[in-house]
Write a protein that binds this ligand. Structure first.
Ligand code: SF4
Ligand code: SF4
Length: 343
C-alpha cells in the first residue's frame, strides 16, 4: 500500500483509508480483528466521528500503544462551540489520545450550518482554539452539497475536504477537486460504494484509482473485505471496457435520485422505517418484485404512517423528496404484493 501526502497537511496517509461506520455493528473483538487486518495491510488512516456510536472507542482500544503509527481523523456534528468542545474531549477519551490528527466539522451542507459554525461562539472558533492548544493538528470539513463544498474550499479555513465520490456521484470531479488541489487541501472521498448502492467492488475501485491523491475511505466490516479492497491496490486495476459497461448499467439503474442509506433523516417521529423503504425500488429491480415484496414487507408496511410532515426532508443531505419517493415505492410494493397474492 502506497503512502501519499494528504494535501499540504504534512500527514502521509495510505492511499486508501478506513471508514469507521460499519465497525459499529461488529462486536469489539470482531472490530478489532478487522482494524488490525487493515493495519497489517498498510492502512494507517482511520476516519471516524463522535456520532458513530462506539466506533472511536473500538479504534482507540485496538491501537492503544501504537499512536505514532496511526493517523486519526474524527468529526463533530455540533455547530456551537461548547458542543464541539465537548465532543472533541469525548473523542480524545474514546480514541485514547491527547491529539487528533484531523478534526473535521461534520456534514456542513446547508447555509444554516455554515452560518452556525462560523458565528461568534460557533464550532469553528472552538476547534481553532483547540488547535492552538495542541489537541488538534489540522482542521477539515465534510459536506454533501457541491455548492457548499466549493464555498468551504474557497473560505481558506480548512486543510481537507471530505465529499462523496464514486462512479455514480462524480459531481466533485472537476471544479471541486481542482479548487481543493489549488488550495493545497487534502481530498477524502466518502461513499466509494454510493452508500451501498454499488455492489461491484472491483469496478468501484478501478474507477477510484484513476484519481491518485484522492483518498477513498471505504467502511470495512470483515477481514475478507479488507483483503479484497487492499488487494486492488496491490495489483494493476485499470478500468476495462467491461468495467465501463458495468458502471453505465449501474448509473441507468439508479438514476439521479437515490437514497445513499446515510440515515441522517431518521428517526421518523411517526415510525416510518425510512431508509429500508427508500431502497425498495432498487431492491425490486435487483431481486424480483415478488421476492422484494416479501423481503421488505415490514418497512414497506410502515410507509402509510407518513403524514408528510417534511421533518425527514430537511435532514436529507441529498435533498431527496422523501415523502413523494416513499409514496411511489409504496405503490410499487402494493402492485408486487397484489401479484404475489394472485400467484
Ligand atoms: S415526512 Fe413522513 S417519513 Fe418523513 S418524517 Fe414526516 S412522517 Fe416521517
Ligand atoms: S433519504 Fe436521504 S437522509 Fe435518508 S437515508 Fe436516504 S440519503 Fe440519507
Amino acid at each position: 500500500m502506497n503512502r501519499i501526502p494528504l494535501g499540504n497537511t504534512g500527514l502521509i496517509v495510505s492511499e486508501v483509508g478506513f471508514g469507521g461506520i460499519p465497525i459499529i455493528r461488529l462486536s469489539r473483538e470482531e472490530a478489532s480483528a478487522v482494524l488490525r487486518r487493515a493495519y497489517e495491510k498498510g492502512i494507517n488512516f482511520y476516519d471516524t466521528a463522535n456520532a458513530y456510536r462506539d466506533s472511536e472507542q473500538k479504534i482507540g482500544d485496538t491501537f492503544a500503544g501504537m499512536r505514532d503509527q496511526v493517523i486519526y481523523a474524527t468529526k463533530t456534528i455540533k455547530r456551537d462551540g461548547p458542543g464541539a468542545q465537548e465532543q472533541l474531549e469525548n473523542s480524545l477519551r474514546m480514541l485514547r489520545t491527547d491529539y487528533i490528527d484531523l478534526y473535521q466539522l461534520h456534514q456542513v451542507s446547508q447555509e444554516r450550518d455554515w452560518q452556525a459554525i462560523t458565528a461568534p461562539g460557533g464550532a469553528l472558533e472552538a476547534v481553532v482554539k483547540a488547535k492552538a492548544e495542541g489537541k488538534i493538528r489540522h482542521i477539515g470539513v465534510s459536506s454533501h452539497s457541491l455548492a457548499m463544498a466549493l464555498k468551504l474550499v474557497g473560505s481558506g479555513l480548512f486543510s481537507t475536504i471530505q465529499f462523496p465520490f464514486n462512479f455514480i456521484e462524480t459531481a466533485a470531479k472537476d471544479e471541486l477537486f481542482a479548487a481543493a488541489r489549488k488550495a493545497g487541501m487534502g481530498i477524502i472521498a466518502m461513499k466509494p460504494f454510493a452508500g451501498g448502492m454499488i455492489s461491484n467492488a472491483k469496478v468501484a475501485f478501478a474507477f477510484l484509482r484513476q484519481f491518485p491523491g484522492i483518498i477513498p475511505i471505504p467502511g470495512f466490516d470483515s477481514v475478507a473485505g479488507v483483503d479484497e479492497i487492499t488487494g486492488f491496490y496491490a495489483a494493476d486495476n485499470a478500468v476495462s471496457e467491461e468495467d465501463l459497461a458495468v458502471m453505465e448499467a449501474c448509473r441507468q439503474e439508479l438514476g439521479q435520485q437515490f437514497c445513499r442509506r446515510c440515515e441522517y433523516c431518521q428517526p421518523c417521529p411517526h415510525g416510518v422505517m425510512i431508509t429500508p423503504a427508500m431502497g425498495y425500488g432498487v431492491i425490486a429491480k435487483r431481486m424480483s418484485g415478488a421476492v422484494a415484496a416479501d423481503f421488505a414487507r415490514i418497512p414497506m408496511e410502515s410507509v402509510p404512517r407518513c403524514i408528510d410532515c417534511g421533518a425527514c426532508r430537511t435532514k436529507c443531505p441529498y435533498e431527496l423528496p422523501i415523502p413523494e419517493m416513499l409514496k411511489k415505492h409504496y405503490a410499487l410494493f402494493q402492485a408486487h404484493r397484489a401479484a404475489l397474492n394472485k400467484a
